[in-house]
Design a binder for this molecule. Sequence first.
Ligand code: GLN
Length: 538
Amino acid sequence: MKFVFVAGGVMSGIGKGIATASIGRILKSKGFKVTAIKIDPYINVDAGTMNPIEHGEVFVTEDGVECDQDVGNYERFLDENIYTDNYMTTGRVYQSVITKERNLEYHGKCVEVVPDIPNEVIATIKRAGKKVKADFILIEIGGTVGEYQNMLFLEAARMLKISHPKDVLFILVSYMPVPEIIGEMKTKPTQYAVRTLNSAGIQPDMILARSILALDEPRKKKLSQFCNVAPEDIISAPDVASIYQVPINFEKEHMGNRILKKFGLKPRPSNLADWEALVKIITNSPKPVNIGIVGKYFESGKFTLTDSYISVLEAVKHASFANDRKPNITWISAEDFEKNESSLENLNQFDGVIVPGGFGNRGVEGKIKAIEYCRKNNIPFFGLCLGMQLAVIEFARHVCDLKDATSAEFNKKAKHLVIDVMEDQKALLKEKKYGATMRLGSYDCQLAPDTISKKAYGAIDITERHRHRYELNNAYREVLQKQGMIMAGLNKEKDLVEIIEIKNHPFFVATQFHPEFKSRPLHPHPLFLAFIKAATKK
Ligand code: GLN
């Protein structure tokens, strides 16, 4: 097993996750078994308790871990499932060390921050690699070198290199600013980042030079000289129009074989033909398909951030490319519809509308208005998790005449709780056990005949990933069905409604699960494919 650590220099947000995922894709295309790990240095045991505006999307794995969105990038680029041990936070590592200590697993010895914490990190990395029999295991250390928070993880990397000198490689993904006023790419911040890494006992083997521009020869030479890295191991990584171009760009600089050489392995050709075909569709600028996403987690001061919905965004892209379309996505704030009802008419400009997942009261009434508008005006509509719950509430209120229909999440005292808390969630909520206690991960779902969903999947039995506490209240199934709602997918074991559709509409499908987590660039999700197809027909 070979270990490739990826750390960041100068600043965060420069695409370390995509870089890690791209390196993985390249090595996989050379015929190796690859997996990737994300390390986040914060105390939170997982990402599930964090506000998405601050932290981005909470991604959910097959085995139900609520983790950082980068794990989603790994799954999408590698086209492989990622499991529990591939995600670590400081809190998670400490939690397992403390549990072991309480269980006397350290046999009376004094348990110390160093080496016991780094040792736990190393053991977890090895376990993750063994689980999938990985040839290469990529480990992305979140944050930037020099931060106090990620020191123990760098220490783990350094210790692993001592015990496995031939099997560990360090890549620094660093940023080269091009200040407008100077008009030149500057390498000094990266030189400092390398020094900082050196002071942690680590010498990078390769540098990925992120910048708005490609690296030129003089800069490469300077970096090589001052950072102790051969010029061939400094990879230029300029901004690109699409993240899918990244693996191809890295391979233009022979990054894959440079990595193999460092490990003393023979060079191998990479096969990115399917990836190149995808990029070709994107760069051929096909006709647009206009999709509106009605949400609330994207306003941050003067900026609109879309990271909270990254898997939804990616799934729309995958399905659009497969339909030979370019997605033109508009982010719509649900609260706008509450302030100004006439703005609902703007929804007519979209070929399809998505209402994604969410929590709490804010924006809910605006989303319900948007769903009503799509239902009445035959606009293809796709609801995801909360989006499904709100579609049920809308239908109950306006079609079944249950005026105060709502979810127990918004008003426990309402008469018609068409969405109610799941039975096994009640005790958890009472005891304030919020962390990692939702219905999480993959569950079975059986599709009903003659539904859009069954046709889309081309199967009856499917599995999808979940993250919720509330569910369609079975007491209302009959009234809803009588008025034309179809229970298109059911979990038989717990008798839960997982998909609803409505009759006589070009596309009105909503899922209690999150299909977006399973969409991959080379394997778009069937429901997203069907939704985009319906949208292209509008
Ligand atoms: N808030 C809803 C629930 O907990 C929906 C969750 C979601 O959209 N992920 O059931």
